[in-house]
Design a protein around this ligand. Structure first.
Ligand code: GRG
Length: 333
């Protein structure tokens, strides 16, 4: 399977749903298992739970709402395909087993960031993944508790569902990095910088900081997780980290572009919101044409980094990662 990087062909709209159907089903199933495990543990601890406190079921409904109702699953797919690129000889089941904890962790921390991002005190949005946001479908207090649970579960699942062969030292490194990107080397400082930049002139340096932290850190970490669990050499890990940084930037530049060019129906979240809230975006800082050029430039950079990865490590297969890059380049939602 390979992609011609010079082609500008847009992938079929159902590309993710078809090409990655088994992987996405497996990710959904893993998330459901993870939530069900917590629910069953509660029930085992409190056998009369549903009679004593039937309202608690609403909390699990809200958790399911935040995690399993839609979502592209791009972060776990990037982790999984990075791992598979390094271990093309492994069966799907083997790679699933090795990556289950990592994929759940990525999706759970991402879901947490979306729940909080949508809160009235943050971006104040009513729509996410074509559904009412968690605070709309339930209430604000529930959304805060759901977000809190998802963030903590992310760490728990990374460890609880880690592959049996994962060395403890590797797992510790993964936990350490997850902690950094979900706190002050990623999501929180990035979101804060984004928040305080609303309605102000934004320098290119400030925009780069916001993008790299709010979005790029988790995207890049997704590839690093696949590489760390795949026991990549220091050199290979370096190339994969560079690729992750490129894809993180690409993801947010495309997101900024879609906000001004695609409908709410297509996006599944409110279109035109960045302009309305006077957000610092690639479009607001550089203009629409420069944004299109940047999408092309970052995509080409990613294809080159994939080529470098292949040259550097003979057994590596990059076809499926190339396809994901093409999706990130041409996605319309
Ligand atoms: C995680 C502790 C902790 C705090 C969160 C609110 C916050 C701090 C960060 C917000 C970060 C954020 C929402 C960045 C935007 C990233 C982005 C473009 C998300 C959309 O990702 P998609 O398109 O969403 O992959 P789907 O719905 O497909 O999963």
């Amino acid at each position: 399977m390979s992609v011609d990087p010079s082609s500008s062909a847009v992938l079929d709209a159902s590309f993710l749903e078809t090409t990655y159907a088994p992987e996405r089903q497996w990710i959904d199933q893993s998330l459901q298992t993870c939530l069900a495990d917590y629910w069953q543990t509660q029930q085992a601890t409190y056998p009369a739970l549903l009679e004593t406190l039937p309202e608690l079921e609403t909390l699990w409904q809200a958790l399911r709402h935040a995690t399993v109702l839609g979502g592209k699953r791009i972060r776990p797919l990037l982790a999984l395909e990075t791992y598979r690129a390094l271990h093309p000889q492994q069966s799907a089941e083997q790679s699933f087993e090795a990556l289950q904890g990592a994929c759940c962790a990525l999706e759970l921390i991402h879901a947490q960031s979306l729940v909080f991002d949508d809160l009235p005190c943050m971006d104040d949005d009513d729509l996410r993944r074509g559904q009412p946001t968690v605070h709309k479908a339930f209430d604000e207090a529930t959304a805060v508790l759901v977000g809190d649970a998802l963030a903590c579960m992310s760490f728990g699942c990374l460890v609880r569902y880690a592959g049996a062969a994962t060395p403890p030292a590797v797992l510790l490194q993964c936990v350490h990095e997850l902690s950094a990107i979900s706190s002050l080397q990623g999501l929180v400082n990035g979101q804060y910088a984004d928040m305080v930049s609303e309605g102000k002139p934004c320098s290119p340096e400030r925009l780069t900081y916001i993008h790299a932290n709010k979005t790029g850190a988790l995207l890049a970490f997704s590839l690093r997780l696949g590489a760390l669990l795949g026991r990549a050499s220091v050199e290979v890990l370096g190339v994969i980290s560079d690729l992750g940084a490129t894809l993180g930037a690409l993801f947010q530049v495309v997101d900024d572009y879609l906000d001004v060019s695609v409908s709410t129906g297509q996006l599944g979240k409110t279109a035109g919101k960045d302009v309305l809230q006077e957000k610092a975006t690639y479009v607001s800082v550089y203009g629409i044409q420069a944004t299109q050029h940047q999408i092309e430039a970052l995509s080409q950079q990613a294809y080159q980094q994939l080529t470098l990865l292949k040259v550097q490590s003979a057994g590596v297969e990059v076809g499926r990662l190339q396809q994901l890059v093409r999706f990130l380049q041409t996605r319309a939602y």
